[in-house]
Design a protein around this ligand. Structure first.
Ligand code: GLO
Ligand code: MG
Length: 346
């Protein structure tokens, strides 16, 4: 009964020990290989990786070693029936990237960030994916005076160009987020990301990944952000999750805070035939800190379950009602029809 046309993915960081800024880990660390073994059972066929998930201690390894280790990982993942959706350079966990990588004031740090991102492109190639995600975690400031903001945008363009030039097939998906860990990020919204893409050497290879919570933190509607990227043919992945208001980045299970907002995300993806573009649906969700280890993967299967329930709601939604209400200009009737459909009221 459930259509199987979407491919679902998550990242190893989505199975985690439960540490937060106010307390340490409360669940044991699961080895990477043990995490990988969980994917299929949870209903997932693809994995997202950071460059150093794929090749631990990547900075200390030669290009040849990186390629060899990533190639071995590809074989291991294939053995588990998994493909790699994308990989992302994890610049923000390295002490050198404490004040950003591409936009750091220190030219040596900027060079490191570019070199590391080129290695990440090599990892993508070895893993058989052409999507490199740039979540620009620390490319921003805590205080406005800390960096030259105009120069910073030029530096971001230079970094993107360097990656594009390094690998002629790579596509770069920018994952915008307005804040956290920084006070203000340089590419806070999808509009900023795609405007920057247009300034690069090959705009056709620079697109975006929209995360639900990041749009909400910017005060925007995630389905409209997805629609904006889709209208340019530039929505290359999504990080579905949820967010209960303007507070820390919560990464709640998909649909957990606002069902109707979640419904509209599935609706926009479905109506734009997102699955047919070859793009996948990823969940960037965290288990609650209170979950014991043996129950700390439910946020993943629950998120997928909610997506499938909402997909059913989208596919059984009476489009004629929508069109008639639009025609009549009766948005109150349209709103009630949507809410009753979601609630299963006949
Ligand atoms: C954090 C981001 C993060 C990225 C991931 C891929 O807010 O959503 O989880 O998506 O590191 O680069
Ligand atoms: Mg994300």
């Amino acid at each position: 009964m459930m259509p199987a046309d979407y491919t679902f993915s998550f990242g190893p960081w989505n199975i985690h020990e439960g540490a937060d800024p106010f307390g340490p880990a409360i669940r044991p660390t699961l080895e990477f290989a043990d995490k990988v073994k969980q994917f299929k059972g949870l209903g997932f066929d693809a994995i997202m990786l950071h460059d150093d998930d794929a090749v631990p201690d990547i900075d200390s390894k030669s290009a040849a070693q990186v390629e060899q280790e990533a190639g071995a990982l590809k074989a291991m993942l294939e053995g588990e029936g998994l493909v790699t959706e994308l990989a992302a350079p994890r610049l923000w966990e390295d002490p050198r990237g404490a004040d950003g990588g591409f936009t750091a004031n220190d030219p040596a740090v900027r060079q490191w960030a570019i070199d590391r991102s080129k290695r990440c492109a090599d990892v993508c190639r070895a893993l058989g994916t052409d999507i490199l995600v740039l979540w620009l975690a620390r490319e921003g400031t805590y205080i406005r005076e800390a960096k030259d903001a105009v120069a910073a945008h030029g530096r971001l363009v230079e970094a993107v160009n360097a990656i594009l030039e390094h690998d002629p097939d790579i596509r770069i998906a920018i994952e915008p987020k307005p804040n956290e860990p920084m006070d203000h990020a340089y590419l806070p919204t999808i509009g900023h990301a795609l405007a920057l893409a247009s300034q690069t050497a090959n705009p056709s290879r620079v697109g975006a990944l929209i995360e639900t919570a990041h749009s909400l933190l910017a005060g925007l509607d995630p389905s409209d952000d997805m629609a904006f990227a889709l209208s340019f043919g530039k929505l290359w992945s999504v990080h579905l999750n949820d967010q209960n208001g303007l507070k820390y980045d919560q990464d709640k299970s998909f649909g957990a805070a606002n069902l109707r907002v979640a419904f509209n995300q599935v609706k926009v993806l479905e109506e734009a035939n997102f699955a047919d573009t070859g793009a996948m649906v990823a969940f960037d969700v965290k288990a609650m800190r209170t979950q014991p280890a043996e129950l700390a993967t439910k946020h993943l299967s629950n998120s997928k379950a909610m997506f499938m329930h909402l997909l059913e709601k989208v596919r059984t939604w009476d489009r004629d009602v929508e069109l008639q209400c639009r025609e009549a200009g009766d948005y109150e009737a349209l709103e009630l029809a949507v809410m009753e459909h979601l609630m299963g009221v006949q």
